[in-house]
Design a binder for this molecule. Structure first.
Ligand SMILES: [Zn+2]
Length: 346
């Protein structure tokens, strides 16, 4: 019996090899093997640190395409339709000496303090930015009137939702990528109550400096055409640490047809490679995101104050692994589209 099993295995292996060799000889690609290798690479990089990112980008069904409608969202047309508070409320937290979490259970916003005012990153939805961002800052002893710059990582309602209110109320200068400014201007209904006036158009390598502190902006198109990511420093109990902030993660672009899906995935992959290099160049050991699903912000906030290492400081290798998860999952999805294209043309 034992011998037979060995034989069966050997025969199966040989058969597999023969199919692979035949496919190669005929110039055909083994798409399944390529797909499995890409997913495996993402799984290996994810470990336990980035399960949320892996699940969202590799395992869950994708959304299939971008929203091209211009309709007023339900929760703006009728505020009573906004999700219940207990589905989104989370306590704000002082994460580093000069970085404050003012987000919710699902979405994050971050306040960076400087001696001359505050740089705010993202604003969550129109229905909860007042309580989470403004209220969160006040709870932590920060004055929202001190917000000088507001950087929006991309123009989706879960990040730009409070930008119009914060610009109007506090006069903050809003920074956003060019294509996302265009999309806000193109869809007045979709961005109703969420449309700041155009202030600063982000460029690659742009430095936003305030009170001796600098946020360097990197254009990372993919999630949206104008998605921004950043590198900056933070102080952990007086010690400087380098932060990489990843501004867009899920595959929200058209991703279910080879054209333009293959190209869209390539844009996304190129951005991950580029930003991984920027993160490595500054030796980023902290990874921040605008969704807790990707950086575990809400869980990590609960671990703050422990005597051990800072819960957000995961190390330079883990920061690089984050981008490998995104890149591997995007590549896997892109291989499937390449497969579809090859099958359709053969
Ligand atoms: Zn988004």
């Amino acid at each position: 019996m034992k011998r037979r099993h060995v034989w069966c295995g050997a025969v199966a292996m040989l058969a597999g090899l023969t199919v692979g060799v035949l496919a190669q000889a005929q110039g055909r690609r083994d798409f399944d093997a390529e797909y499995r290798a890409a997913v495996q690479g993402a799984k290996d990089a994810a470990g336990f640190e980035f399960l949320g990112t892996l699940v969202r980008t590799c395992l869950l069904p994708q959304s299939g395409g971008e929203n091209t409608s211009d309709t007023v969202p339900d929760y703006v047309a009728d505020p009573k339709k906004a999700p219940a508070r207990d589905t989104w409320y989370a306590e704000p937290a002082k994460v580093f000496d000069d970085v404050y979490f003012v987000g919710g259970k699902v979405h994050s916003a971050w306040a960076l303090t400087t001696r001359d005012g505050i740089i705010l990153i993202d604003t969550i939805f129109p229905y909860n930015s007042e309580e989470l961002v403004v209220g969160g800052m006040q709870k932590l002893g920060l004055d929202p009137k001190q917000i000088k710059y507001l950087i929006i990582s991309h123009a989706h309602a879960d990040h730009i939702g409070g930008a119009e209110m914060i610009q109007k109320k506090y006069g903050a200068k809003v920074v956003m990528g060019a294509p996302d400014w265009e999309s806000v201007e193109k869809y007045p209904n979709r961005f109703k109550t969420m449309a700041p006036e155009r202030d600063i158009v982000a460029t690659d390598g742009m430095k936003i400096t305030l009170g001796g502190r600098t946020v360097t902006i990197w254009l990372t198109p993919g999630h949206t055409p104008g998605t921004l990511s950043y590198t900056f420093t933070a102080l952990d109990r007086g010690r400087t640490v380098n932060v990489a902030y990843s501004g867009g993660t899920a595959f929200n672009f058209v991703n279910n047809t080879p054209v333009p899906g293959i190209r869209n995935f390539q844009t996304y992959i190129d951005s991950q490679k580029k930003f991984a290099e920027k993160a490595a160049a500054v030796n980023a050991t902290v990874l921040l995101s605008n969704h807790s699903e990707f950086d575990e912000a809400v869980q990590k906030n609960r671990m703050l104050g422990s005597k051990g290492p800072h819960p957000y400081e995961i190390g330079a290798k883990a920061v690089q692994d984050y981008f490998k998860v995104m890149e591997g999952c995007a590549r896997a999805a892109q291989i499937r589209l390449e497969q579809r294209q090859a099958t359709a043309t053969n």
